[in-house]
Design a protein around this ligand. Sequence first.
Ligand code: TYM
Length: 348
Amino acid sequence: MRVYSGIQPTGRKHLGNYLGAIRHYVTGQEEAQAAGDESIFCVVDLHATTVAYDPAELRDRTYDTIALLMAAGIDPERSVLYRQGDVPEVPELMWLLTAVTAHGDLNRMHQFKEKSGQQRDLVSAGLFLYPVLMAADVLAFRADRIPVGDDQRQHVELMRDIALRFNARFGGGDPQDPSKPGEQILTVPEGTYPTVAARIMDLQAPEKKMSTSSGSVEGTLYLLDDPKAAEKKLKRAVTDSEDPPVIRRGPDKAGVSNLIDILAATTDRTPDEVEASLVDARGYGDLKKAAADAVTTMLAPIQERYRALREDEAAIEDALATGAEKARAIARPVLADVREAMGVGPRR
Ligand code: TYM
């Protein structure tokens, strides 16, 4: 049971990233180890070049994100933790996978539609090919499970389709006939999504997901926000005007539902349990205060470890050098199998 996930080094990572993904990397790391397999985590600097960005900043943001993953509990001794740009097998595999990727499928990707609309000067071909690079990330390691938030579902479905089509086309099956899947040259991975907090919403605009690229600073709770700022953002979160206020989830109560999810995820309870614990609350203030206390308590030790780790860039580079070596050792034979199956390069 090999676990794999990736995260962008853009901007500052937020509560949605943590509750929807990063904390599940840490449990994935434990589960993979217990099963005698590997967990692999990647900071995707190549993906970050698909939209307008500042080259001078990219390396720093990558260090930030690596230090954050380590502070959250990813142990580079037990997992493979690497920077995408250090593993050239991945972009090579990406190119090879374009042979079995439908242009029409890429055109249908929500993220492409959304992000291409935000670009002022250039919609890069890289942005269009982004999901193929993401497929290569995972498929290069024959990963089985991908812990991600809800917003990555479409990308995960696409990488499964790519793997299935590759195996059928180059593994001796029939791409038109699912009963003839061909040899499993590439592992068809599965996405795993949290049962609570798979999609944390913007605190100021709870109908939109919390996001570094499109949200407001007030609506986005950054993992490195100091406790005062975090508390203020949660206490000012948009709720609703139901009178008297009722603490329950519902499609008509996006803001309150989001706060219930945040409190449930940070205190390891179900949303039902959180609702039950607040039946006697006097108003939304009690929910907000409980969420603020829980979030700041959860973040404090992560922030403390982060500050110590982030200071030592040489140590981060050392960890990344080891990570790249381990990652390349896994990806190299997979790539060799892919080249062989596709007839690329000399015969093995
Ligand atoms: P990224 O960097 O945008 O987000 C990292 C992880 O955080 C999750 N996430 C959320 N979860 C809950 N609520 C939210 N508001 C929220 N916002 C983000 C994301 O689902 C993700 O799991 N394309 C990916 C990076 C990637 C990748 C991969 C992931 C590249 N290659 C291979 C998995 C496997 C991305 O942009 O994530």
